[in-house]
Design a protein around this ligand. Structure first.
Ligand code: MEV
Length: 321
């Protein structure tokens, strides 16, 4: 029986959080923590999923039941399979196993990465060549089918890797020429609910369109200037854009006391800039700390955070077997 194994990276949002849901650009970087999916065909019409990282062991259904409701941990993989079968007019029983290098608590984008891996693995199994954009479009549709909201930046990071300029829904996806970023990541210990936060910001946009669109436009200007800083390695300038973005995110109401504490500690320890990364409310903060990485890491730990070692400049989705 042919077995396919595919992996894809997690991500961190560098600039443009939330604004990217509403038509603006963002900068996202892939990190060296990967999700992987192993997949093999079966002769019967059953799909068996083993996803120990999300507490699923031996979840099994008939192909005909792909359209039904499934436990949370199974939804992205099974909806990806359903969408792939429908789009490419294929069908097969399957054995699927997922594995994650990182906790789903960090907000590194495990759902998007597992969706991308599943579609890529199915394409390999059926011998179909998908372009990155075709893979992105089907994975993004899958994420939207389940979550209903989201810009797709995390899907793009899983597909392309590296560091990207990205506009809502994949209207623009441009890899940037950036070597490794001197990033330090601190986990607050609080799991945030991205969908709730994205909806909350969406509601504020409806109630206060002038104020919130003004914030988004300023964030977009920081993304444009930040992309140039990054490609030239101007870390001090880029750090200032992170700080300015954090202020705007706080005005949106998505920062939290835990995030604020870690961000202040990183700045006091000499970071060029620091901000929350992603939806806010908890999850992770990031600091840019050229030549000060050890001091900033120590400060984050002292302030009650957990440092998560990351490397950037990593490959997007790839076949492992
Ligand atoms: C969440 O990680 C980042 C947001 O910008 C949502 C999105 O872009 O899908 C808040």
């Amino acid at each position: 029986m042919v077995m396919v194994k595919v992996s894809a990276p997690g991500k961190l949002m560098l600039l443009g959080d939330h604004a990217v849901v509403h038509g603006r650009p963002c900068l996202v970087t892939a990190v060296n923590h990967r999700m992987s999916v192993e997949l093999a065909g079966r002769k019967d019409n059953r799909i068996a999923l083993c996803a120990p990282d999300v507490g699923l062991d031996g979840y099994e259904i008939d192909i005909a039941d792909l359209t039904k409701e499934h436990p949370k941990g199974a939804r992205f993989v099974l909806t990806a399979i359903k969408n792939f079968f429908e789009k490419h007019d294929k069908s097969s029983g399957l054995e699927v196993r997922t594995r994650s290098d990182f906790s789903a608590e960090f907000g590194f984008g495990s759902s998007s990465a597992v969706t991308v891996c599943t579609i890529k693995a199915l394409a390999e199994l059926f011998g179909l060549k998908l372009t990155n954009k075709e893979l992105f479009d089907l994975a993004y549709k899958t994420v939207l089918d389940i979550q209903g909201v989201g810009s797709g930046f995390d899907v793009a990071a899983a597909v392309w890797g590296g560091t990207l300029w990205f506009v809502t829904g994949g209207k623009e996806i441009r890899p940037l020429k950036v070597a490794g970023l001197p990033l330090v990541v601190g986990y607050t210990g609080v799991k945030a609910d991205t969908t709730t936060l994205v909806r909350m910001v969406g509601e504020r946009l409806k109630r206060e369109p002038v104020l919130i669109n003004g914030i988004f436009d300023r964030m977009a200007a920081l993304v444009r200037a930040g992309a140039a800083d990054m490609e030239r390695g101007r870390w001090t300038d880029f750090g200032k854009k992170m700080d300015a973005t954090q202020e705007l995110l706080a005005k949106l109401g998505v920062s939290s006391p835990e995030l604020n504490r870690l961000i202040s500690a990183a700045r006091e320890a000499g970071a060029a800039g620091a901000k929350l990364s992603g939806a806010g409310g908890g999850d992770c903060m990031i600091a840019l700390a050229p030549n000060r990485e050890e001091d900033v890491k120590a400060a984050i730990e002292t302030a009650g955070g957990t440092v998560i070692p990351v490397r950037t400049g990593v490959e997007g989705v790839r076949t492992e077997l």
